[in-house]
Design a protein around this ligand. Structure first.
Ligand code: AGP
Length: 646
């Protein structure tokens, strides 16, 4: 995905665009550029690599333009080179465009434009847009070229030609008082400042200027002038739209005393878990140890009152459920695997978890009474959105009584997911800037605990004592995460130093902690570029054990419960092959202390809740190894915060 920004107003645009791009850099960072309109011309400056390269170039220019657009890129079409960086312009360099998304039919459009004499300078899909706009501008014989509204109309005509998912911002040298923007399945929000208007892919870029915002919906065009904002449909109808007030605290998007956003976000996790639980657990259910013990005496009593969890999802969504399918990618997929365990073990509902990118092209046969859940922290991941949309269409004729049962779990209430899916559960993690997901993962887990408990209560699959026990355990988690951070931070940092040169890691887990092994390995891969494999501990002997020697550390998640002894045995098998063993395990566990060379200790909790604690030291381990290697932890190479292309 990419980040786009636009500005029109009374201040010098360039600095505002650059400050905005800094807030959007997490969306892509292989090149960047800005274009401004000044003295009847477009001034476009672009640079390969991180934003500071562009800043260095801009320092050599003196640009007082009051209108401009900017872009930070994650390459899809064309290598990350300066000539492929946005903004892109038409042959005569009168129109400049930034785009986030993909123009799927760009090849044929490009060919047609080339046949009509347009010269292309990049390999990108985006470049067709300025050429088309310029062509429409020049080809309107009955209208004066400067006719008010012609620029807007030319963009509208251009949009009719485009297929794909995109957000765009466009300026034209002949219309120095107009910034035209459009959205089709990629985020774009307008900010209303004092005598100035902005647009951006994400609100952190707008917050320093205003809290009054308007998020464009799919199929909408905005015309921003010094006088105000007009919104139209792609069909050309003027729409009545009103801004709303953002409640985001600008301080949330600063690093404060932390060296990286990722570390700050790891430390925010106790607060995130607290907020999420407060949002969803009913206050009448503030249970304590005595309650749980008391309940246990009433053998087998079943909950006979409203659910202790309030997720705001309707009975129609949950009624007679026979199957749940979860669609997600990356870290969200890992959270969904934990979710599967909870939904099956607590609520007794058979659950399948699919990579959204695979599901789309090989969907399982349709089943009735099925709930489909899309999990995406950004709410913008193209694979997940496409799979959900396919499922919506596929299921519509099947479900006679209900609409297709679709549920979204996201950290972004304003995302494309929220437009696609009517039922949303918010993960309340706050803005996550680091590309490697940490606090959004933990918040997704909390939502799955709440969902499983809610369904278990509705379906009466658990005794009251067990529900109370889990509620009590959940409420203790924030303090326990704090304890892990306090006791492990320094220890993990020192341990990490020993793995600076390590080339391979294995992460082992079983049962509910197998997805945590996958997540530990993914975190390490993403930010330290060390090869890491997450494996079910019992499967190691069926092949991967061949990889082991003294140079390959093995991290095993060994939390007391149904598979504790088994994991310790699997760890021993690795030790027998000279592997250095690191155990994520409760404090004071003697068996574990004898088995492992190094311990990452967490408080003792019941197995069901252990993933939330086990993942914290693994996040710290990945962070410290990457930081020690001097890598760009918050913006690892080749990645973007979410991937808005399939
Ligand atoms: C997580 O650290 C990754 N950056 C990545 O795997 C991510 O989880 C994946 O792209 C899905 O993103 P989403 O949750 O925004 O859909």
């Amino acid at each position: 995905m990419c980040g786009i920004i636009g500005y029109i107003g009374t201040q010098v645009a360039q600095e505002i665009l650059m400050a905005g791009l800094e807030k959007l850099e997490y969306r892509g960072y292989d090149s960047a550029g800005v274009a401004t309109v000044v003295e009847g011309e477009i001034k476009c400056v672009r640079a390969k690599g991180k934003l500071h390269n562009l800043r260095e170039k801009l320092e050599l220019t003196d640009n007082l333009a009051r209108i401009g657009i900017g872009h930070t890129r994650w390459a899809t079409h064309g290598k990350p080179e300066e000539y492929n960086a946005h903004p892109h312009m038409d042959t005569a360099m009168r129109v400049a465009v930034v785009q986030n998304g993909i123009i799927e039919n760009y090849r044929e459009l490009r060919q047609q434009l080339q046949q009509r004499g347009h010269e292309f300078r990049s390999d990108t899909d985006t470049e067709v847009i300025p050429h088309l706009v310029a062509e429409f501008l020049s080809q309107t014989p009955t209208l004066d070229y400067q006719y008010p509204g012609l620029f807007l109309e030319s963009v509208r005509q251009t949009l009719k030609q485009l297929e794909g998912a995109f957000a765009i911002a466009i300026v034209c040298a002949d219309y120095p008082d107009e910034l035209i923007i459009a959205r089709q399945q990629a985020p774009l929000t307008i900010g209303f400042g004092q005598g100035e208007f902005l647009c951006a892919s994400d609100t952190p870029a707008l917050i320093p200027h205003t809290s009054a915002v308007l998020t464009l919906e799919n199929g909408e065009i905005g015309r921003l002038t010094p006088m105000g904002v007009e919104v139209y449909s792609f069909e050309g109808h003027r729409l009545q739209k009103y801004p709303r007030t953002l409640s985001i605290n600008p301080l949330l998007v600063e690093k404060h005393e932390f060296r990286h956003f990722m570390l700050k976000e790891i430390y925010e996790q106790p607060g995130v878990v607290r907020t999420c639980l407060e949002a969803y657990l009913h206050n009448d259910w503030l249970v304590n140890e005595a309650d749980v013990l008391g309940e246990r005496k009433i053998e087998g009593e079943i909950l006979n009152s409203p659910s202790p969890v309030q997720l705001g999802i309707s009975e129609a969504l949950c009624d007679n459920l026979e199957h749940i399918q979860v669609l997600a990618c990356g870290t969200s997929w890992h959270a969904s695997l934990v979710g599967k365990y909870l939904l099956e073990q607590l609520a007794g509902i058979p659950t399948t978890v699919h990579y959204a990118s695979e599901f789309r092209y090989a969907p399982p046969p349709l089943t009735t009474h099925t709930l489909t859940i899309g999990v995406t922290q950004s709410g913008e991941t193209a694979d997940t959105l496409a799979a959900l949309e396919m499922e919506r269409v596929r299921r519509t004729p099947l479900e006679s009584k209900y609409q297709p049962r679709l549920l979204g779990i996201t950290n972004q209430l304003e995302s494309s997911l929220a437009q696609l899916v009517p039922n949303i559960i918010h993960t309340h993690a706050g803005i996550e800037v680091g590309v490697a997901a940490t606090k959004t993962f933990v918040s997704q887990l909390i939502v799955f605990y709440c969902l499983a408990l809610d369904l278990a209560s509705r379906r009466q699959t658990l005794p009251l004592s067990r529900i109370k026990e889990i509620l009590l355990g959940l409420r203790q988690l924030p303090a326990q995460i704090e304890m892990v951070l306090e006791t492990q931070q320094q220890h993990v940092e020192q341990l990490a130093h020993q793995f600076e040169e390590t080339q391979d890691f294995i992460f082992l887990g079983r049962g509910i902690n197998f997805p945590i092994a996958l997540e530990g390995a993914l975190k390490l891969k993403e930010i330290s570029y060390i090869h890491a494999e997450g494996y079910p501990a019992g499967e190691m002997k069926h092949g991967p054990i061949a990889l082991l020697d003294a140079k390959v550390p093995v991290v095993a998640i060994a939390m007391p419960g149904s598979v504790y002894e088994k994991v310790l045995s699997n760890a021993q098998e690795a030790k027998a092959r000279d592997a250095r063993l690191i155990g994520v395990t409760p404090m004071n566990e003697q068996d574990a202390a004898h088995t492992f060379d190094d311990l990452l200790s967490v408080p003792a909790v019941e197995e069901l809740l252990s993933p939330i604690l086990a993942v914290i030291p693994l996040q710290l381990l990945a962070y410290h190894i990457a930081a020690r290697r001097g890598l760009d932890v918050d913006q690892p190479r080749n990645l973007a915060k979410s991937v808005t292309v399939e």
